[in-house]
Design a binder for this molecule. Structure first.
Ligand code: NAP
Length: 476
């Protein structure tokens, strides 16, 4: 069903599309397939709802977000199970994601009350300056499949807190999770039109309408850099505000003063996060020569033991990749690396034994001897493959780490404080984890530089993306 103007409806065309479980390929549900007219209805509803929603007090908007936070927590297990069926991640990871998703509703329920302005002294005795923030307006949110609940709350939370209204187009692989999130928002009594949901099998006309329509004043997008660039160009003619959370190619630097086993444990864990399908997964593991053998041995030891399978099976750490195209991409990158001289230390092939043949499974893999001419050195993998590169000194590794068009997450393992500080300052990335593989939280600003995007989600920065700044000059 679509959710437009506070009501669940079919698409005007009556079209629907099927959602499948990536672990089995079996259908698990149907959703309405929105077309351009439905999107127009949703934008009109959001536009009508905007003035009254923006005029509520921050306390009133905060109450709704807090109620949604509580209801999402109540539905925690159901949502996690749905996510495992629809997206494939192991159930434990799905539970973690629901908790993470809820934390954005809570955080922005609080931040709603902290949209402060300021006054500025003037050089004129008869003048005062005041700076105030006001909601941008109708917001189009386009989200990916890899984090099908938290990527929604990370946008809807701050948008609603700021006083914006929302038209959400979720990824075609994971609309069922989006439906459940919107049900929660409906049940807590959001006024009609404040949030609207338009899943669609063909994102091109839907996206084009969201970006063409002059009433939409803001696009918040999470997805690939390729699509992000396309959408940014489409936003230009009407000069919409844009936030872009795009792809990454994270370096993971391990200096020779670090504990190689601890670093390898961290690398293995963050590499297989969501089966490697996270924008913050390391895509180049740089290890200093002196500890390279011990690091690789520990990494291979960890990764080779990881069990693949249905996310509902106990002990499974590797779920299916989202679809056949994702599997082909990973396979192609590994074959290219091997053809150019890399060594497969473990894995390196599709998994097709027994029930695994029904899904899109790839063996967790470690490649050594990775060089700059290999596709995997530059292209985002989005799969459980860890490419290892040996380096000799600090300047070299920083230059190589920065030698990418991306700039989202990066990691450094060292016990030398000065070296850590120098590296943090030199890395051209939006996020650096120092001996830390999870530098994310609702309270912290998440986002990238260069082709990894624009803007920040979470933290005190997160709400500013949905606010315009107004300057008032006051003659007294
Ligand atoms: P994607 O192919 O760019 O799709 C993302 C969303 O954009 C989906 O809803 C998709 O719809 C829609 N879309 C695709 N083409 C469109 C068009 N022409 N007009 C309007 N909408 C369009 O990315 P993905 O494969 O879902 O997600 C993986 C990417 O997201 C990776 O690159 C990853 O690094 C990035 N990511 C970044 C972050 C971050 O915070 N920086 C977080 C998570 C993921 P359909 O589903 O119908 O194709």
């Amino acid at each position: 069903m679509l959710y437009i103007d506070g009501a669940w409806k079919d698409a005007r065309s009556g079209a629907t599309f099927e959602v499948t479980d990536p672990a089995t390929g079996r259908p698990i549900g149907q959703v309405a397939d929105a077309g351009v007219e439905d999107v127009r209805d949703a934008i009109d509803a959001a536009d009508r709802a905007f003035p009254a929603w923006a005029a509520l007090t921050a306390y009133q908007r905060s109450e709704k977000l807090y109620a949604a936070y509580e209801l999402l927590q109540e539905r925690h297990e159901d949502l996690a199970k749905l996510m495992t069926s629809e997206q494939g991640k192991p159930i434990r990871a799905a539970r973690t994601e629901v908790t993470y998703a809820a934390s954005f509703l809570l955080w922005f329920a609080e931040e709603a009350k902290r949209v402060y302005g300021r006054t500025i002294p003037s050089s004129r005795a008869d003048q005062r300056f005041m700076v105030m923030h006001q909601p941008v307006g109708v917001t189009a949110a386009i989200t990916p499949w890899n984090y099908p609940v938290s990527m929604l709350t990370r946008k809807i939370g701050p948008a609603l807190a700021a006083g914006c209204t929302v038209v959400l187009k979720p990824a075609e692989q994971t609309p069922l999770c989006a439906v459940e999130v919107v049900k929660i928002l409906d049940e807590v009594g959001l006024p009609p039109g404040v949030v609207n949901l338009v899943p669609s099998l063909d994102p091109v006309p839907v996206g084009a309408e969201l970006l063409r329509h002059p009433a939409v004043r803001k696009l918040t997008f999470t997805g690939s850099t390729e699509v992000g660039k396309l959408l940014m160009a489409q936003a230009a003619p009407t000069m919409k505000r844009v936030s872009m959370e795009l792809g990454g190619h994270a370096p993971f630097i391990v200096y020779d003063d670090a504990d190689p086993v601890r670093a390898a444990t961290g690398a293995a864990m963050v590499k297989v996060l969501n089966t490697g399908q996270a924008c913050i997964c390391p895509n180049r593991l740089f290890v200093q020569r002196g500890i390279a053998d011990r690091f690789v041995e520990a990494l291979v030891g960890r990764i080779a033991k990881m069990q693949a399978g249905s996310g509902f099976t106990d002990g499974v750490q590797i779920g299916p990749l989202v679809d056949a195209a994702a599997l082909d991409k990973v396979d192609r990158q590994v074959r290219d690396a091997v053809a150019r001289g890399a060594t497969v230390a473990t894995g390196g092939a599709r998994l097709t034994d027994g029930a695994l043949a029904e899904g899109h499974f790839y063996a967790p893999t470690v490649l050594t001897g990775v060089t700059e001419d290999m596709v995997i050195y530059r292209e985002e993998t989005f799969g459980p493959v860890a490419p290892v590169i040996v380096f000799d000194d600090e300047d070299e590794v920083i230059a190589r780490a920065n030698d990418t068009d991306y700039g989202l997450a990066s990691y450094v393992y060292t016990n030398d404080l000065a070296r850590a500080w120098r590296t943090v300052e030199a890395l051209r990335f939006g996020i650096v984890g120092v001996n830390d593989i999870n530098p994310t939280a609702a309270a912290a600003p998440f986002g990238g530089v260069k082709e990894s995007g624009l803007g920040r989600e979470g933290g005190e920065e997160g709400i500013l993306e949905y606010l315009d700044t107004k300057l008032v000059g006051f003659a007294v």
